[in-house]
Design a protein around this ligand. Structure first.
Ligand code: SAM
Length: 439
């Protein structure tokens, strides 16, 4: 692809990302896969441009607004070529085959006005500099205090790729050696005892370790969450918002379910059948087929009543804004609205109320989000504990020491709940609360 054809493809992809709800990764991967002419260098350049613009979007958008230019993807790309590459966009937007069409008068006016300017401008407000929506800045600033700028900039950096080793099948070192043979270099993750971090992004799906179910792609924060559930062999465990089963598989590993022996009950439920279905291939690879119960949740079924006080552990990996995953999914920033946050908070409250009775006396409810917003985290816990006096919080230090006695507790925000953050822990942002049902 010519440099201009890459820019034209980036415009197409950014427009698609803006209009569809699918993850940007799916959109970019799907486009590349359908075009055999896209080589390795093109892929890298395309990803850098698309993700780069998603991560520079507020600053680029500020320049467009400052020049009274009506927001558009082409406008953002023109601004990026000038402000990030210091190139002349008229050499790219030349209308030749596969190149973007020539700039119109307004775009030429914008290009002219931006020459000599810098991506960051002293007049930019803080939320623009750290690339977060205006309406979220106050709540996050209040909550994070002096850590606000550091946390927000860490959230705007590309994330490393982490793998979870299936410890029931191999040791971390054996998985590492197998990956080495496929020319994939990894390091042990700093906190999770079952994690490997890739030195550089690579196509994991082609490795023997992946094909044979020895590893799964999973952020270190998610691995730590599954450990904090404290699932053990012989327990009854429910992964209530299981989705495609990222945490379910890790819980099965903890419970020693591999190998066909039944060592407890593990149930994966979700309201979306299609998501649960996506778990099947992963279960097959991990040799877990038939060992995990699936349940599609629907209003008015008897399932909740039938399962009252049945579980030693209930994990609620709640639907949330995903603000903690913005390193991987910068497209989510634009898709989030105050209304969406309000709806999600209501759903989280409902889920907590529905799952509380499922926990056995003496059992635990583990509530987690991949969000940094106190509305979805501490505020939910305040409301829950007020309404459910049969529950009490277990301080996260105690749970960590039980689950990972050999790994010192990391430095974290003070309080009962564990908050993992990109700036402090190098993981996605996570909130983890462990609540015990009084006996
Ligand atoms: C954060 S995702 C779960 C990710 C999953 N645990 C994993 O590790 O891959 C949240 C899930 O909650 C599900 N969900 C949404 N509303 C729900 C509800 N009312 N009850 C149960 N699950 C719900 C969504 O379908 C989604 O799969």
């Amino acid at each position: 692809m010519t440099p201009a054809a890459r820019i034209e493809a980036a415009i197409y992809l950014l427009e698609k990302i803006d209009t569809e709800r699918r993850p940007a990764d799916d959109i970019v991967r799907g486009w590349i896969k359908a075009r055999r002419f896209v080589g390795a260098k093109d892929r890298r350049a395309l990803r850098e441009r698309v993700y780069g613009i998603l991560r520079r979007r507020s600053r680029l958008g500020w320049h467009l607004e400052n020049e009274n230019f009506k927001a558009s993807v082409r406008g953002l790309v023109i601004a990026d070529v000038i402000l990030s590459d210091r190139d002349d966009p008229s050499e790219i937007f030349d209308g030749s085959t596969h190149a973007p069409k020539t700039m119109n008068n307004e775009e030429e006016r914008l290009a002219l006005a931006l020459v000599g300017k810098h991506l960051e401008d002293p007049a930019m407000p803080g939320h623009v500099l750290v690339e977060i929506p205006d309406w979220l800045a106050n709540s996050l600033k209040k909550f994070l205090g002096e850590r606000f700028m550091g946390e927000m900039s860490a959230l705007n950096q590309p994330a490393p790729m982490d793998l979870r080793v299936n410890l029931a099948r191999v040791t971390r070192e054996q998985a590492q050696q197998s990956l080495n043979k496929d020319k994939v270099a990894t390091e042990p993750t700093p906190l999770s005892p079952m994690g490997l971090r890739l030195a550089a992004h690579s196509d994991i799906a082609r490795t023997k370790a992946f094909r044979t179910g020895l590893i799964e792609v999973q952020d270190e924060g998610s691995q730590l969450l599954s450990l904090m559930v404290g699932a053990k062999s012989g327990m009854s465990v429910l992964d209530y918002c299981a989705g495609a089963g990222g945490k379910t598989l890790a819980l099965a590993d903890r419970m020693g379910l591999m190998g066909g022996e039944s060592k407890g009950r593990l149930v994966a439920s979700d309201t979306e059948e299609s998501r649960l279905k996506r778990m099947d291939r992963r279960l097959e690879r991990a040799k877990l087929t038939g060992l995990i119960e699936h349940h599609v949740l629907s209003d008015g079924d008897d399932w909740h009543a039938d399962n009252e006080a049945r579980f030693d552990r209930v994990l609620v990996d709640a639907p949330c804004t995903g603000t903690g995953t913005w390193r991987r999914h910068p497209e989510l920033k634009k898709r989030l609205s105050e209304e969406r946050l309000k709806d999600l908070c209501a759903t989280q409250g409902e889920i907590l109320n529905k799952t509380a009775p499922l926990v056995k006396p003496g059992g635990r409810l583990v509530y987690a989000t991949c969000s940094l917003l106190p509305e979805e985290n501490e505020a939910q816990m305040v409301a829950f504990l007020k309404a459910h006096t049969e529950f009490e919080v277990i301080n996260w230090h105690i749970v960590w020491e039980e689950a990972m006695p050999k790994i010192p507790t990391p430095e974290a925000q003070r309080g009962h709940y564990l908050r993992l953050t990109p700036a402090r822990h190098g993981t996605d942002g996570f909130f983890i609360a462990v609540l015990a049902r009084k006996s």
